[in-house]
Design a protein around this ligand. Structure first.
Ligand code: HSE
Length: 303
């Protein structure tokens, strides 16, 4: 049996649409073992226990099957146990965690025959964009570009002291629905606006210049359009900054909002929750730290 732990991730970080993401110290666990007979048994505990498929359409299973096929094995009978903390369809990378957890657990069972680079490309293929799967695999902040289907990426360490206040609305927003509201073309001025912020954001994170984040986390490519799907979004972002956040943005495709700061995180989280409530949205909050490690195998203690 193998047990792997996969971090939640927050993608885009404001301006870095589809290319920037950060791993968070908030984890799902995937346990996987091979059955001699060709049978699939899936157990789900925690988040999504009522909703997640337990048949061959299960995302962790689909990722595992892809890996086994790649090495010309099986797929064998599998027992999969998911212990989930990451809420589904809220913009915290639950599907990336499922894909990465499934691929990496299966790769260990298959004798680690598939190299990291290929795991990353397979994860991207299943997920459709690299900005959650890359940090889920590598940890830290990851900058990713896709070149003819291949992910090219670099990890940078998050600045020391950076913490993340997270407000998670109690409704689901599917990424594909949140992509449908985006325009196919944007004005050159908006493209330049985002390019300059995204570049500044990477430099700010590398140099620990949290004072730059209020500018560096601005966005014109996706948040203005997605505001129609997340009641109060603009107000929550503004309230977080007023409460002391260095920068704030929609987490991935939303509806979760994240705010970056080095102090007063509980206060910032509370203000975000209250502002959501004033806009008719119930939200729960977390205060998290960036995770510098990505997916990893956990030791299994045998009695
Ligand atoms: N970058 C993607 C989006 C989210 O904003 O649609 C990744 O899950």
């Amino acid at each position: 049996m193998v047990r792997v732990q996969v971090p939640a991730t927050t993608a885009n970080l404001g301006p870095g649409f589809d290319c920037l993401g950060m791993a968070l110290k908030f984890y799902n666990t995937v346990e996987m073992s091979v059955y001699a007979e060709k049978r699939l048994v899936i157990e789900v505990l925690g988040e999504g226990a009522q909703e997640i498929a337990r048949d061959e359409s299960n995302l962790v299973y689909r990722a595992a099957r892809m890996l086994f096929k790649k090495v010309n094995l099986g797929p064998p009978g599998l027992r999969i146990r998911l212990i989930n903390n990451i809420p589904l369809a809220r913009g915290l990378g639950s599907s990336a965690a499922a894909v990465v957890g499934g691929l990496v657990a299966a790769n260990i069972l298959a004798g680690n025959r598939v190299p990291f680079r290929e795991i990353l490309n397979m994860a991207h293929q299943l997920e459709g964009h690299p900005d959650n799967v890359a940090p889920a695999l590598m940890g830290g902040v990851v900058v990713a570009a896709v070149v003819e289907g291949e992910v090219r990426c670099l990890k940078i360490d998050p600045p020391p002291g950076l913490k993340v206040a997270v407000a998670i609305p109690d409704f689901h927003l599917a990424t594909h629905a949140a992509r449908e509201v985006l325009p196919q073309q944007v004005a050159l001025a908006d493209a330049v606006f985002n390019l300059s912020r995204a570049a500044l954001l990477v430099a700010s994170l590398q140099q620990g210049r949290l004072d730059m984040l209020s500018t560096a986390m601005e966005d014109r490519l996706h948040q203005p359009y997605r505001a129609s799907l997340v009641p109060g979004l603009k107000k929550v972002l503004a309230a977080a900054r007023l409460a002391g956040a260095r920068g704030a943005c929609l987490s991935g495709a939303g509806p979760t909002v994240v705010a970056f700061a080095d102090s007063n995180l509980e206060h910032i989280a509370r203000v975000m929750k209250e502002t959501f409530r004033e806009n008719g949205v119930n939200a729960r909050t977390l205060v998290l730290e960036p995770s510098t490690v990505g997916v990893r195998a956990l030791e299994i203690k045998t009695k």
